[in-house]
Design a binder for this molecule. Structure first.
Ligand code: NDP
Ligand code: MG
Length: 371
């Protein structure tokens, strides 16, 4: 019998990480190799007891936390990856880039949830992309990957679907003043806090446009689809459109990225077309989502601009979640950081980190807190 594939889960204590643990536990083809988190030692400990990984790591445990039996510090990342057959990168933010680069260096297959790796450092991951060693976990990109795979007609472009997030039906004044309770109530997907806020500003969709550019190299646009049943479209040269449909459930793309063709999949939701009701599609209104245009334009210009946009967004979201700024200010913080930045090309990890630091400084300056 074939040996089970050993999976390293980076970001195991997050929304994607927890769902991946369930998939691995239920799969006949996968086994857990290692888990890694940022600082969430309590949940990590529970995961060690429940899933018994060979290695458990915490990159930045809080001072005084009991780390017995846990490898700590940034260098523990390498320990988590060593000996794995495949790595799921489900770290949030630009902090995930170094893990993706390490997978490339070691030639390890990468199931990529951390879209920020491609947003801030797509230029640096070309070798891994060219070798076909990156399979996206993001639901839209997983859909496109599946629709393109084995398709012999040329692909003219892809259209990403966006739920519209929690602000879709809010009036502009209420949206500007909105706080975390309103924004974190996502209508269709249950996700980590950052991506839920990014779905409301539509920064997430702009990131996904950039991610799709690196993954598929074809023209990309986006439409609003409030039901989140159609997980994106591929437009073919013969006039046909392909799409993947289903109840919104991240376990579907997670298992697609981890399992090989022909391996038994875990059956998840059993609902179908009669449960889905009407499906509708609307244009994405740039006045409702100013951050979408800003970040998508930064992606088109490329270089260090996406890294600056991401860094400013990370800082702005932290300020928003801790009640220091309202929802409407997030896009203004990103705009401020982008305006003050003189773009350069991304040729190295250091290029990204320098731009990241500049974006964080500019965002913190506008929010009015020290870096
Ligand atoms: P969460 O915030 O729920 O989880 C993030 C994980 O990353 C946690 O395990 C956290 O550990 C860990 N982490 C944070 N900082 C670091 C660090 N510096 N080094 C190592 N680990 C760190 O995020 P999600 O699961 O929602 O998202 C993860 C990624 O997947 C993001 O890039 C997101 O855009 C993408 N994604 C998520 C989707 C979803 O449905 N959630 C859908 C599509 C894409 P700790 O808790 O200990 O800090
Ligand atoms: Mg997505």
């Amino acid at each position: 019998m074939r040996r089970k594939r050993r999976v390293a889960i980076l970001g195991s204590t997050g929304s994607i990480g927890v769902q991946a643990l369930e998939i691995i536990q239920r799969s006949e083809s996968l086994e857990l190799h290692s888990i890694l988190c940022g600082s969430g030692i309590r949940l990590l400990r529970e995961q060690i007891l429940e899933y018994g990984p060979s290695t458990a790591c915490a990159v930045a445990p809080l001072d005084g936390a009991d780390t017995t039996g846990i490898l700590t510090g940034p260098e523990s990342l390498e320990e988590a990856i060593q000996g794995a057959d495949i790595v799921l990168n489900a770290i949030v933010g630009s902090a995930g880039l170094s893990a993706s680069l390490l997978c490339q260096e070691l030639g390890l297959p990468l199931a990529l949830a951390n879209k920020e790796s491609l947003v801030v450092g797509g230029e640096l991951l070309g070798e891994h992309l060219a070798r076909g060693l990156i399979v996206p976990v993001d639901s839209e990109h997983s859909t496109i990957h599946r629709c393109i795979h084995g398709e012999d007609r040329p692909v003219l472009g892809v259209t990403l679907t966006a739920s519209g997030g929690s602000v879709r039906n809010m009036d502009p004044a209420a949206m500007y003043a909105a706080g975390p309770p309103e924004i974190l109530a996502h209508p269709t997907w249950s996700m980590g806090r950052r991506i839920t806020v990014d779905s409301a500003t539509m920064v997430n969709k702009a990131f996904e446009v950039i991610e799709a550019k690196w993954l598929f190299g074809v023209p990309v646009d986006a439409v609003i689809h409030p039901q989140s049943i159609v997980h994106s479209f591929v437009r073919l040269a013969d006039g046909a459109w392909k799409a993947l449909l289903g109840h919104p459930d991240m376990r579907v793309p997670i298992q697609y990225a981890l399992l090989e063709a022909g391996e038994p999949a875990i059956v998840l939701e059993e609902d179908g077309p009669l449960d889905w009701g009407s499906l509708c599609f609307e244009p994405l209104d740039p006045l409702v989502y100013p951050a979408y245009g800003l970040v998508a334009a930064a992606g088109e210009e490329g270089g260090t601009l996406p890294a600056v946009a991401n860094a400013a967004d990370e800082v702005a979201i932290e300020a928003f979640l801790s009640g220091r700024i309202t929802f409407g200010r997030i896009s203004q913080v990103i705009a401020h950081a982008l305006e003050g930045h003189s773009r350069w090309e991304v040729r190295s990890f250091e290029d990204v980190m320098e731009a990241d630091a500049e974006g964080r400084r500019a965002a913190a300056e506008m929010i009015g807190t020290p870096c």
